[in-house]
Design a protein around this ligand. Structure first.
Ligand code: AMP
Length: 510
């Protein structure tokens, strides 16, 4: 990584999980060190190795095998981490689903995978799922089949992200891609020997793969911080201090919230050496505040979509960089990868680019291509590059947004709104702050009536949406209109709806 105070690889042999060979190595060194501090219990490296092995054995008994995807559901339990590691041992791609996703979304994911059994981390058990088998695949489903083997072989995981059709889409990440991620972290991130990671993002958000694969490959420790824990700020910071957390991984939004607490400082977290950010714009103001609170810590801004295994670029954000830019660059392409701008759009090539969306040949055709013999992906991000390769991300070409780092296709919310009773058309409209970040989403539905009031049948709209969407996708307000404005291309005019909303609010204030 350029401009990083890069330290050489430690070369120390410690117990860790070797991704290329998919096994634990050097198991007699530091075997008593903590591997995972779960919300419920903690495991030392020796215990993780035993538990992952036992998990793989149980998974086999339930019909899982290499290339058969296994859904892991839960929230920050040690067993969640064990299951993902056990799946790597078994060669079964894991499909992480946080409990932030409602049951309906889990069912859709299971249906796409043809999965009948889910590993429930809270119960530490494999449980059957009541999913109507997809008719197309009913023939090859035998009774013992936990799920169908995937056509793509040697995947590490499949991560479902918001889809424009209203269905989440499965991003298939190969084992070669996670090995490349771990190599990059080891060679260029200078995280020190056996780093202690904060894991705050749900495992269904690919940012968390930094902590999973960083911990496994570097022989570190992952401190899994549950939503309940992060809501109690002082208990949260105490936990991090107690475990001598060295590497903070989160979206910038999450770090911003912590600044409200004066204890979020170098004094409160003396071991913290690195902030590793990804997932959304890192605001200059936040980076400056962190430099003041944590003068001894490095800040690394990384960028990339789920489709290219967590991140593809990085840069150390130091005082010189902050003095130079009003909007921070996302850095330089990681080793072994090419990141370039094609007709204004950022494109990524390398072994860390996904194998494709599951069962979505239409999207694969549109977004994947070959570049200098490597898999390449069109990101949908607007970008720019300077002559020395320094890259900038300038927002989206399409209707994908970020709220608090969560990735949302507005069309997925539109589809959920359209499914409400008596709604003929619908639009989710992001309301932006002056810096372009999204503050909240307002839903508009056309119900035929022109008085703007929601019909009685829509009183429970929030509860209905919550059956299908995670909380961060649910609009904060729902407004009814006779019809929705359209653009010249007959697409719903979200910009006009946002303007109308602002005008109406301004009028109401005067
Ligand atoms: P996700 O797949 O959830 O990781 O979201 C990927 C998208 O988040 C990218 O395509 C960008 O639009 C945005 N993004 C990720 N990292 C950054 C960053 N460092 N700066 C600006 N935007 C980012």
């Amino acid at each position: 990584m350029r401009s990083a105070r890069s330290s050489p690889r430690t070369g120390r042999r410690v117990v860790r999980f070797d991704l290329p060979s998919s096994r634990f190595v050097d198991t007699d060194t530091r075997a008593d060190a903590w591997a995972v501090i779960g919300a419920d219990r903690a495991l030392r490296w020796r215990e993780l190795a035993q538990a992952a092995d036992a998990w793989a054995q149980r998974a086999r008994e339930h019909g899982f095998a290499a290339d058969v995807p296994v859904i892991v559901r839960g929230h920050k339990e040690a067993a969640f981490f064990v299951a993902m590691t056990g799946a790597l041992l078994l060669g079964a791609p894991f499909v992480p689903v946080d409990t932030i996703y409602p049951d309906e979304r889990l069912r859709r994911i299971a249906q796409t995978l043809g999965a009948r059994i889910v590993f429930d981390a809270a119960a530490d058990a494999f449980v059957p799922l009541n999913v109507a088998s997809d008719a197309r695949h009913a023939r090859d489903d035998s009774e013992r089949c936990a799920a169908r083997p995937l056509r793509e072989k040697s995947l590490a995981y499949v991560l479902f992200t918001s889809g424009t059709t209203g269905e989440p889409k499965g991003v298939q990440i190969g084992r070669e891609s996670v090995a490349a991620l771990a190599d990059w972290m080891a060679a260029d991130f200078a995280l020190g020997a056996s780093p202690v990671f904060l894991n705050q993002a749900p495992f269904s958000f690919d940012l968390s793969m930094y902590e999973l694969f960083g911990t496994l490959a570097l022989g570190g420790t992952a401190v899994l911080a549950s939503r309940q824990l992060t809501a109690r700020r002082s208990a949260f910071l105490d936990t991090l201090a107690r475990h001598r957390m060295t590497t903070w991984v989160s979206t910038p939004s999450f770090a911003q919230q912590q600044l409200l607490d004066p204890a979020f400082s170098q004094q409160g977290l003396p071991a913290l050496a690195t902030f590793l950010f990804c997932g959304e714009v890192l605001p200059v103001t936040l980076a400056k505040q962190l430099r003041l609170r944590f003068p001894a810590a490095r800040i690394i801004n990384t960028y990339g979509p789920t489709e290219a295994t967590v991140a593809s670029t990085s840069i150390v954000v130091d005082d010189a960089l902050l003095a130079q830019h009003a909007r921070l660059p996302v850095g330089y392409a990681k080793r072994g990868a090419a990141v370039f701008v094609d007709r204004g759009e950022l494109c990524i090539a390398g072994p860390h680019v996904m194998r494709g969306y599951l069962n979505r040949e239409d999207l694969n055709e549109a977004r994947l291509f070959m570049h200098d013999g490597q898999r390449a992906f069109r990101t949908g991000d607007l970008g720019a590059v300077e002559s020395d390769g320094l890259l900038f991300c300038h927002g989206r070409i399409d209707d994908q947004i970020k709220i608090g780092g969560y990735r949302i296709e507005l069309m997925e919310i539109d589809a959920a709104l359209r499914a409400l009773h008596g709604v003929s058309s619908a639009a989710a409209v992001p309301l932006r702050r002056p810096d372009g970040s999204v503050a909240r989403i307002v839903g508009f539905v056309a119900t035929g009536a022109g008085d703007g009031r929601l019909p009685d049948a829509l009183r429970d709209w929030k509860a209905r949406l919550a059956e299908r969407l995670p909380p961060y996708m649910i609009p904060s307000e729902l407004l009814a209109c006779a019809s929705l404005p359209v653009t010249v291309n007959f697409k719903i005019d979200r910009a006009r709806l946002a303007e109308n909303y602002r005008d109406a609010h301004l009028k109401a204030q005067h």
